[in-house]
Design a binder for this molecule. Structure first.
Ligand SMILES: [Fe+2]
Length: 383
């Protein structure tokens, strides 16, 4: 297929639906950024962080660039120097701390101008395929950055100002029996087929894979199970500090987990989160199990919901993030292609900060295996 595949990501959503989703996401972004206290926008230079006002400027710039400037730099921005300030493809991570970011009032006005112009298109009720595609791209990009704000706020210990996602560990329903599910060898359709609506380029295209039989846990590994692992290291005289989840602490005999700005007693039944793939694999080694492959986790996630329990976490796989055969990048060329570098792993699932419409079983997330700052967990397969 070609670089114009995106013109065929039909069916297109109704403009009224996109309008509702964009208003909701915009309100979330404005609340997250607007409720920062003075000074909280200044953060230390760390790999998992962006300066919050830079990230805010970037998501507005991205929206304006693709929806209103047609992805062409010579079409002027509403904001002076926007390309030099906010193009993530051209600005290395550390440089984001060096630039003079416009004031929050200027950024909020920039945001309102850009979004208002898009809402006007949506209110007209008529969208060209280009508009439908790029408005979705801008919206989903904003949603991903809203999720990134959530894990950054968690890292920084900031108050999370939204109702959504305030009860991350309590909103899981343990209504499925905990067991290993045996899945016989099967042919599975991995990836997305044409004409199934919006997709990201790394999902192209659906193809059959042979998945040998495997047994996968119905539940993600829980805090209680992970704690058992730490205790066994301790009993063996091995320091467990490097395996301990970042937001755990022990006081007396009680373990606590920090949830944004609050310490809560560790919920032993909740899925363990903020675990790197390396620590997940260390747990697996101890338990004589293994991480699922992308194929295996994809099979599980399309199985009947009564048989397995989602964790509301991005779940690690043992699979390197690679293009499917026939991959071609979509107009935002840096979405996937730069990350096919053998350093990134595939994760499947979603977090509580992921909107419903991005919780698709074909969606492929990807991070380097040492990261644990985003909302990730894991389940296991029998070895
Ligand atoms: Fe981005």
């Amino acid at each position: 297929m070609t670089q114009f595949d995106y013109l065929c990501y039909e069916p297109w959503p109704l403009p009224s639906k996109l309008l509702m989703d964009l208003e909701r996401s915009t309100h979330m972004t404005q609340t997250i950024i607007g409720k920062l206290d003075h000074g909280q926008e200044k953060v230390a230079l760390l790999p998992g962080l962006n300066p919050p006002h830079w990230e805010f400027g970037h998501l507005i710039w991205f929206h304006e660039f693709w929806v209103h400037r047609k992805g062409v730099k010579s079409n002027p921005s509403f904001l002076a120097h926007a390309d030099a300030l906010f193009n993530s493809s051209e600005m290395i991570h550390d440089a984001r701390w060096q630039v003079q970011i416009p004031s929050i009032d200027i950024l909020m006005n920039y945001f309102s101008d850009v979004v208002e112009r898009t809402l006007a298109i949506l209110r007209s009720g008529i969208l060209s395929p280009e508009q439908a595609y790029f408005i979705q791209l801008a919206l989903y990009h904003e949603d991903m950055h809203n999720e990134a704000f959530a894990y950054m706020w968690q890292s920084l210990g900031y108050v999370w100002p939204l109702e959504q996602g305030l009860k991350a560990s309590q909103d899981q329903h343990n209504d499925v029996e905990s067991r290993y599910i045996h899945v016989p060898q099967c042919q599975f359709k991995l990836g997305s087929a044409p004409n199934t609506g919006f997709i990201f380029d790394n999902e192209k295209w659906q193809h059959e894979v042979l998945v040998p039989n495997f047994s996968i846990s119905s539940h993600a590994v829980s805090n209680g199970e992970y704690l058992e692992f730490l205790r066994s290291l301790n009993d063996a005289g091995i320091s467990f500090i490097e395996h301990q989840p970042a937001y755990w602490k022990k006081e007396g005999n009680t373990w606590f987990e920090r949830f944004f700005d609050q310490w809560r007693e560790l919920d032993l039944n909740a899925s363990v989160r903020n675990i790197s793939a390396h620590n997940a694999e260390r747990y697996c080694l101890w338990k004589d199990v293994r991480l699922p492959t992308e194929n295996e986790l994809s099979v599980l996630m399309t199985a009947a919901r009564e048989s397995w329990q989602p964790s509301s976490l991005w779940e690690w796989t043992s699979s390197i993030f690679k293009p499917f055969e026939g991959f071609s990048p979509d107009p935002y060329q840096d979405y996937s292609a730069p990350w096919f570098d053998s350093r990134h792993r595939v994760l499947k699932g979603w977090s509580v900060y992921t909107p419903d419409y991005l919780r698709r079983s074909q969606f492929r997330n990807f991070y380097i295996p040492s990261r644990s700052d985003f909302f990730c967990g894991f389940r296991t397969c029998l070895a």
